[in-house]
Design a protein around this ligand. Structure first.
Ligand SMILES: [Mg+2]
Length: 278
């Protein structure tokens, strides 16, 4: 199937629970979770997105089950997402797959040394050109930059996006950077193959390498454009779930959940099912 996808309405996962439950029963699970907009409601600024304690408790319980692995796959920097989630027994990926860390391993995508200098140049330029707009937040995520405009005036958004594109165009043409777009955020990233889909496949392959008999069933839950890479990567081998209003476009996920509260409901169901069936 071409990557373009097709427009279709996604079923709410909770309404298909009976079917899904049979599919995953008695299987080892690898649960991949995005953070912002999936586990925690999107906040005005990234700092304000605090992990709700109830959800945290459920994720922690899931991570302690011997037949369950949990990984958080976020666009935040690794350091930031680890601090926000604050759980020990899980795997973290930051910067949309560029950074990865588990209990006994860590990995950082190979980024040319010159990239950091480019990123600094771009940051200074964006700071200069965008500082006159109220509510624009430029975040240095180490391996990438994020320009958040959620707090900006609606009337300025088109201009902010235009200034962003004009500022980075020369770097883009020379293939020195890549850009990515999320919800009310524009990102400047290294030209790397790594994305959320590749990191998920890498983690699954690692699981099979360690234990050849491992037959883990992957579940991926995410709410943003960058999660599409993971939905696409797992489309035939796992359960993929989009969080939010799925009616607007081309989403490669199989199911949807309305919001973070429904994600919590689903994770609770997973926890209970496995308790019953083992
Ligand atoms: Mg998200």
């Amino acid at each position: 199937m071409p990557r373009g996808g097709k427009r279709y309405t996604l079923d709410n996962l909770l309404t298909k629970w009976n079917y899904v439950q049979k599919k995953i029963q008695n299987k080892d699970l690898y649960i991949f979770l995005d953070y912002d907009g999936t586990l925690t409601p999107i906040a005005e600024t990234p700092e304000k997105a605090v992990f709700p304690s109830k959800t945290k408790a459920i994720v922690e319980k899931l991570s302690m089950l011997p037949w369950c692995r949990v990984a958080i796959i976020s666009g935040r920097s690794l350091k930031d997402v680890k601090a926000k989630v604050g759980l020990d027994r899980i795997i973290y990926s930051g910067n949309h797959g560029l950074e990865l860390e588990g209990n006994k391993f860590s990995h950082m995508a190979a980024i040319p040394g010159s990239f950091k200098a480019v990123l600094d140049e771009v940051r200074v330029m964006l700071e200069n050109r965008l500082s006159s707009f109220k509510g624009v937040l430029i975040e240095d995520k180490g391996l990438s930059l994020a320009v958040h405009y959620r707090m900006a005036d609606k009337k300025d958004i088109m201009t902010i996006r235009t200034v962003f594109h004009e500022s980075i165009a020369a770097y883009l043409v020379k293939n020195k950077i890549k850009i990515k777009q999320g919800k009310m955020v524009l990102e400047v990233r290294p030209v790397s193959e790594m994305d959320k889909g590749k990191v998920v496949l890498w983690l699954l392959a690692r699981e099979r390498f360690i234990d050849e008999s491992a037959r883990v069933f992957p579940i991926y839950i995410g709410d943003d454009a960058t999660d599409e890479d993971a939905f696409f990567a797992l489309r035939d081998i796992g359960l993929t779930v989009f969080v939010g209003d799925a009616s607007h476009g081309f989403i490669h996920a199989q199911y949807m959940l309305k919001n973070t509260a429904e994600v919590m409901k689903f994770l609770t169901l997973l926890l209970e099912t496995h308790r019953e069936s083992r």
